[in-house]
Ligand binder design. Structure first.
Ligand SMILES: Cc1cc2nc3c(=O)[nH]c(=O)nc-3n(C[C@H](O)[C@H](O)[C@H](O)COP(=O)(O)O)c2cc1C
Length: 217
């Protein structure tokens, strides 16, 4: 994968110095070309059965931001107003409908053999074709949550900061952007941009001690 806009390749810095930024430099614009590169890098995240049940809506216009203001909670307005882009991440409960084409293409490209193709069609695909809606929502949400984390780290490697956001009216998320609300379930939004000077010093968020959250079995 081309990595022309990756300016930070320091794993420790990218991962451990990530923190939610809520005030961005509003003058910064991220090109669609670079954004598509970040999404391509994000889409290398793992997903159950490689279903890739995620869908990204990238909001970067004043009109789009007005729409966000109609259903985002008030405390998230600084991010809406100052971010370069707001990524709306939806789980796609119908991703399995493209699954046959994806794997058939991989087979024709010589990336998998016939045995693997048959296995996919006889083992994984029926799981989704016969799954109930709640299972499809859960699977799509898990896939998308992994993509969300990967996106936040990819953004840092491009020199941007992020804030994951769940504070919005989830019932309005899909319909506001003309998506089928049954198919596309909201997972989270992610504000992206360059850090602006903050009004008050950022407090590093605290974590529970490992012994409290972890056990060996
Ligand atoms: C699913 C999810 C929803 C969140 N929703 C909001 C939100 O609505 N507004 C906000 O300012 N931060 C939100 N956050 C950010 C968290 O507050 C933040 O990640 C947490 O306090 C840890 O801080 P850090 O990101 O700086 O490490 C959300 C984070 C996640 C993962």
């Amino acid at each position: 994968m081309e990595d022309k806009n990756i300016i930070n390749n320091d794993f420790k810095d990218i991962v451990f110095n990530r923190q939610s930024v809520r005030k961005f430099d509003p003058t910064v614009k991220i090109s669609h070309d670079e954004f598509e590169q970040m999404i391509a890098e994000t889409a290398s995240a793992p997903s159950a059965c490689n279903l890739q049940a995620w869908h990204f809506v990238i909001v970067d216009t004043p009109e789009g931001k007005e729409k966000l203001k109609s259903y985002f909670m008030k405390f998230n307005m600084p991010q809406v107003e100052t971010c370069s882009d707001m990524v709306l991440l939806f789980g796609d409960t119908e991703a399995f409908k493209s699954y046959r084409d994806l794997w058939t293409k991989a087979y024709h490209n010589g990336q998998i053999d016939k045995e693997k193709l048959d296995e996919v069609f006889s083992t994984f695909l029926p799981l989704y074709e016969h799954a109930d809606y709640d299972t499809l929502v859960m699977d799509a949400s898990i896939d998308s949550a992994l993509a969300a984390m990967q996106f936040m780290l990819v953004a840092r490697s491009h020199g941007y900061e992020t804030n994951p956001i769940g504070g919005y009216n989830t019932k309005k998320a899909a319909e506001t952007f003309n998506l089928d609300a049954k198919r596309y379930v909201p997972v989270m939004a992610i504000a992206v941009g360059k850090r602006a000077p903050q009004d008050k010093p950022e407090v590093k968020s605290v974590r529970y001690p490992v012994k409290q959250i972890c056990e060996f079995a």
